[in-house]
Design a protein around this ligand. Structure first.
Ligand code: SF4
Length: 489
């Protein structure tokens, strides 16, 4: 059975008047040679790319996905992400002509590849991380985790909150009622001047129908909001969210990366809809650990990642994490009141010892707070009654001190002790994880998604990460070494 591919338009070796061939335009250390070698080393079908199996049917087969992946990898490396701009490059950029052998797909075809191959792009990005591992470019000991808000392909005005939707719906209803009243009025006068009124009635009916369509759209959005758990929804990109940090709001997604310390290569990435990073520590470190196959992985993240359950998951899976503990009780301390850390847990007695050396004993059943089991501890009224600290220790109307303890609180206590013993571990965090975001956003100029929808944005972010890692590897080992390795891979 003969294998057929989309016919190459250009022969790289074909002699021309000036210069002799396209090959002569592309220097031996040109980045496109590395892209060509890497993508040629991939097996596109298991990665899940559409049209990766060869066609034997009638007519011209579709473009080979290899060529389009090469085009995208080149584009995301050079900060050319728009499919229209990439189409232009296929007409005027000699490197691109060499890379994709002269084919000229339209912007629509180029856009469809990115849009329909999200999982395959993620798999290709992962494959490149594995290649980095094969080349011993990953240390596998320390990984930094960080997140950033990326704008989606939607404006803030097109993401609605429950209140906004209610206001807009009531305005639309009012307008519909006004038009309906006007139509009823016209009905009454119809007998008197039937011909004069016809155009006016048609105009009013059109406007009313238009408003009814808008009303149906908003009602559908309200239903979507209920399904999403009363979170803001968008009519343009239903998955984008309003994300707020430091007083500014972004309409888009929260992207996460895990960066290996050795050469600052991204080993895991994700796009989420979460407005904060609290739940992201384990979901980022777990895939990083599975790629690095490390038995002594350490994960560094800022205090925004501090959350008790992920700390436990990491500990259970042999990942040592360094995350500063937020000063949750600062406000209480500022008021001169007694903070929780002034009470120490005594394992033997299963109770807390207060600064006056009295014990808070466990009582009652387990209570579920934020989906986690907690035990309750209470002081004796007789101890607190005569205590000199009681004004700073007890609540306004409380006669005893009461606090709760998570059933796995010792995980946090061990974590706090570890953070105290290793104060310098956090020093490298910012230089480790902020570097890739800086490069992606500033050097490559990629600050927002072109795709709409969570899955498609995940595919697009995989391209951003692949472009970043590829450039970094070329800077470390050079074009020739990567080319040689891919040739024998
Ligand atoms: S008020 Fe009660 S719990 Fe608080 S320090 Fe005094 S004795 Fe201890």
């Amino acid at each position: 059975m003969s294998k057929r591919r989309y016919q190459a338009v250009l022969n790289r070796q074909q002699e021309m008047l000036m210069p002799l061939s396209v090959e002569d335009y592309v220097s031996p250390n040109n980045v496109v040679r590395a892209i060509d070698a890497y993508v040629n080393s991939l097996d596109m079908e298991p990665l899940g790319f559409q049209h990766s199996s060869v066609s034997n049917g009638a007519g011209q087969p579709p473009f080979a996905p290899e060529a389009l992946l090469k085009l995208y990898l080149y584009g995301y490396q050079q900060g050319i992400c728009s499919s229209r701009k990439l189409e232009k490059e296929t007409h005027r950029n000699i490197e691109v002509m060499w890379l994709i052998e002269g084919i000229r797909p339209t912007y629509k075809t180029i856009a469809n590849v990115r849009s329909h191959n999200s999982l395959a792009l993620k798999a290709a990005s992962r494959d490149f991380v594995l290649l980095c591992k094969e080349l011993s470019l990953l240390g596998g000991e320390k990984v930094g985790v960080d997140g950033s808000f990326f704008s989606g392909n939607v404006s803030k005005e097109h993401i609605y909150t429950e209140k906004q939707l209610e206001t807009q719906l009531s305005r639309i209803e009012q307008k519909i009622e006004t038009y309906q009243a006007a139509l009823d009025e016209q009905d009454k006068t119809e007998d008197k001047a039937p011909l004069e009124n016809t155009t006016e009635i048609e105009g009013l009916e059109k406007k009313r129908e238009c408003l009814k369509e808008k009303q149906a759209e908003k009602i559908a959005l309200q239903q979507q909001m209920q399904t999403a758990g009363d979170k803001p929804v968008s009519s343009i990109d239903k998955d984008a969210r309003l994300l707020s940090k430091g007083g500014s709001t972004t309409a888009g997604y929260n992207v996460q990366i895990a960066v290996d310390e050795k050469h600052k290569l991204i080993v895991a990435q994700e796009v989420t809809q979460e407005g904060n990073d609290k739940k992201q520590l384990y979901p980022m470190l777990n895939p990083a650990q599975s790629i690095l196959q490390s038995s002594n992985l350490a994960g560094l993240a800022d205090k925004g990642y501090f959350e008790s359950s992920p700390l436990k998951y990491c500990e259970d899976n042999g990942i040592t994490v360094y995350v500063p503990i937020p000063a949750a009780s600062k406000r209480i301390a500022d008021q001169g009141r007694l903070t929780r850390d002034r009470l120490t847990y005594d394992k033997k007695q299963d109770g807390y010892i207060c600064p006056q050396q009295h014990i808070l004993k466990r009582y009652g059943k387990l209570r579920v707070i934020n989906n986690k089991n907690h035990m309750t501890y209470k002081s004796l009224m007789s101890d607190c009654k005569s205590c000199s600290e009681k004004a700073n220790c007890l609540g306004k109307n409380s006669k005893v001190k009461q606090l709760t303890r998570w059933e796995h609180e010792e995980v946090i206590e061990r974590h706090a002790e570890k953070m105290k013993q290793t104060p310098t571990e956090m020093h490298i965090r910012s230089s480790l994880v902020e570097h890739p975001f800086g490069i992606i956003k500033q050097r490559a100029g990629i600050k927002h998604f072109l795709m709409r929808g969570l899955e498609k944005c995940r595919g697009e972010f995989s391209l951003m990460v692949l472009g970043f890692n590829f450039t970094r590897v070329l800077n470390i080992i050079g074009v020739q070494t990567l080319q040689d390795y891919c040739a024998q891979r």
